[in-house]
Ligand binder design. Structure first.
Ligand code: ZN
Length: 244
């Protein structure tokens, strides 16, 4: 087996593409209901620790991600929960976290995309990065988060998510004016990462993470999003209570 990051051939370790903590957080009783594939009519399954892949990284490369994953977890789970919401006209428009470490958060998000692109698991089979796979690999190896606009990343929260809704499902490819984004679901939050060399269309850059600025997590009404229908369908699935 060849490590996708360093090319060494040795025993590969278990890698989480999306860190375990996001699965545990989204679920209850240490299990998370996830939709494991993009196939129609596939029932969701309960998984205790989320999706991992044993065919991507050698054990020493896996360690590179630990620090970034921890910063991502601390910010997007712990600090997000403790953050104040920003209210305008009686409505929550977002959350602000005043300090974060841009290189670590950006590399956490970029490395999730890269890991998803390297994975052959069905959960990530929509992620096909083409030439960006290797460009991201180079940034990871060089510990280089890039500028704000290079593979820009935006973190959002779902507003009005009904309790008990399943919130982990496969990454989706989205498009805004023809610019490609991958959308990752992280519990109550989701992240759009622009996998495209073109600039973000004007008016769509809200909350793009930037060095020296606070982290703004814009809030989006779940009922106005295409995800709502999918979540509802999964929540009403007859297999909900079965652990498979
Ligand atoms: Zn390696």
């Amino acid at each position: 087996m060849i490590c996708e990051l360093c090319g060494a051939s040795e025993d590969l370790g278990k890698s989480h593409i999306i860190p375990e903590s996001f699965f545990v957080e989204a679920g209850s009783k240490n299990e998370t209901l996830i939709l494991a594939t993009n196939k129609e009519n596939e029932f969701p399954k309960k998984r205790p620790i989320g999706e991992y892949d044993s065919e991507i990284l050698c054990k020493s490369c896996e360690k590179i991600f630990g620090d970034w994953d921890n910063h991502g977890k601390n910010l997007l789970i712990d600090e997000y929960k403790a953050s104040n919401s920003i209210v305008e006209n009686g409505q929550i428009i977002g959350h602000e976290i005043s300090h974060f470490q841009y290189p670590k958060l950006k590399l956490f998000l970029l490395s999730m995309v890269w890991r998803a692109g390297a994975s052959k698991r069905p959960f990530f089979d929509k992620v096909k990065l083409g030439p960006h796979q290797d460009r991201l690999r180079e940034m990871i190896v060089a510990n280089n988060p890039g500028s704000k606009d290079k593979y820009s990343a935006q973190v959002f929260s779902f507003r009005g998510m009904p309790n008990g809704y399943p919130i982990l499902m496969p990454i989706r490819l989205m498009s805004t004016y023809g610019i490609n984004y991958y959308r990752f679901y992280l519990g109550e939050l989701f992240v759009d990462i622009k996998i495209d060399s073109r600039k973000t269309p004007s008016g769509f850059g809200i909350g793009e993470i930037e060095d020296g600025h606070p982290l703004f997590i814009a809030s989006r009404n779940i009922r106005e999003m295409s995800e709502y229908k999918i979540f509802k369908k999964i929540a009403n699935s007859p297999n909900n209570d079965k652990v498979t």
